[in-house]
Design a protein around this ligand. Structure first.
Ligand SMILES: *Cc1c(COP(=O)(O)O)cnc(C)c1O
Length: 378
């Protein structure tokens, strides 16, 4: 078998719509981006949705409008993709790495409390794998200490926390539509935000700092005039990407159903394997895991190391990945920041791997993956 770690599922209508955009003569940011933003807001229940070129761009702009700057300490999990952290460096702020809970693999509120100093400005939350973080505790801590909360929802499209979608709260939230994510526009991202002033700032910052009304200067309603209000960025999304997103929004129920069916199969097939720690579902029944990743952790009793398991699975034609190599162990951050020991993050990192989870994964493939893992670990 040859089972790749990820395969995107693009509906045929998405491909047709891309062709239409290519033939329309308008290739970049235009009406389709606006349509995608409106529909995204409706699905999530967000006040404002602003499309950008990536989640990395979304995070950078979120940090900018909340005025993160030199001297500010930002509490953030080390157990995330490097872009959550790199963008903090772009604004000159100092990442303060925080440990995670074993149950959710998201920020541990008790460690957040320990990391707060007079310089702390914000907490950046990551909803790991699509599992909602413990937001009630984190929001309460933020309120008590007057801190901003930003949510990295790269994995959390359609994650629900206590009945509400991630992205519908008052916290500024950043989504990714990168090729491997649950909804993809090849490259792309979205910021959901509830404050109209911040939304307006993001609109200009993502387009060279040019005032919103003037940037569409090659369109029918545009003009040659433009005014630069600040030295902004080139972080806009194209209509080519936006139609991919729009077409996927039309079949969300089907996409969610397929992912949860695969997850159910994995739970059943691994149920007798005592050498694995399987991911948790949220405890609150109004919450919902988005199942971006299906991770397994190897217990000490497993007769193979994580690295060897990855290699053996590769030899059997099964692609896997590791989310994530903790950032405090990466060369740049080891050399730049004060050393920190994060016992749970470091332990989980040694044991965890992500196995294939995508709509087009076939029943035989799921069974082959599970059988191979069960045999190799026991
Ligand atoms: C994928 C990812 C990002 C970056 O997303 P891009 O759209 O590729 O910039 C950020 N944070 C997390 C947790 C991710 O998994």
């Amino acid at each position: 078998m040859d089972i790749s770690f990820h395969k995107p599922h693009l509906p045929k209508t998405a491909i047709d719509e891309v062709v239409k955009v290519l033939q329309s003569g308008w290739l970049t940011t235009g009406p389709k981006v606006q349509e995608f933003e409106q529909q995204f807001s409706e699905v999530i229940g967000a006040r404002y949705s602003l499309a950008v070129s990536s989640c990395t761009a979304a995070l950078h702009l979120a940090y900018l409008v909340h005025d993160f700057k030199e001297g500010d300490e930002i509490i953030v999990p080390s157990f995330t993709f490097c872009s959550t952290i790199n963008t903090l460096m772009h604004v000159g702020a100092t990442p303060v790495f925080c440990d995670i809970e074993r149950e959710t693999l998201c920020l541990d509120p008790s460690d957040v409390l320990k990391k707060i100093t007079p310089k702390t400005k914000a907490i950046v939350v990551v909803h790991y794998a699509g599992m909602p973080a413990n937001m009630d505790s984190i929001n309460a801590i933020a309120k008590e200490h007057n801190l901003i909360v930003i949510e990295d929802a790269a994995h959390a499209f359609l994650t629900k926390y206590k009945g509400k979608y991630i992205g519908s709260s008052t916290n500024t939230t950043c989504f990714s539509f990168y090729a491997t994510k649950n909804l993809t526009t090849a490259e792309g991202g979205m910021i959901t935000i509830s404050d109209s002033n911040f939304a307006e700032q993001i609109e200009t910052l993502r387009m060279h700092g040019i005032s919103k009304k003037a940037w569409n200067r090659y369109g029918k309603t545009g003009t040659w005039k433009y005014d630069v209000l600040n030295p902004g960025y080139k972080y806009n999304m194209t209509d080519i990407s936006a139609v991919l997103g729009i077409e996927q929004l039309k079949r969300l129920n089907e996409a969610v159903k397929k992912r949860s069916e695969i997850v159910e199969k994995y739970f059943t097939l691994f149920s007798k394997n005592n050498n694995l720690v399987l991911p948790n579902n949220p405890r609150d029944e109004r919450s919902q895991h988005a199942w971006h990743l299906f991770t397994i952790q190897l217990k000490d009793s497993a007769r193979i190391s994580r690295d060897d398991l990855i290699q053996k699975l590769k030899e059997k034609g099964i692609g896997t990945s590791v989310h994530f190599i903790p950032n405090h162990l990466q060369t740049f951050y080891k050399e730049t920041l004060a050393p920190v020991h994060l016992p749970v993050t470091e332990d989980i990192f040694q044991r965890i791997l992500s196995i294939p989870l995508y709509e087009d994964l076939r029943k035989e493939e799921i069974e082959y993956i599970a059988k191979s893992i069960n045999e190799l670990t026991s």
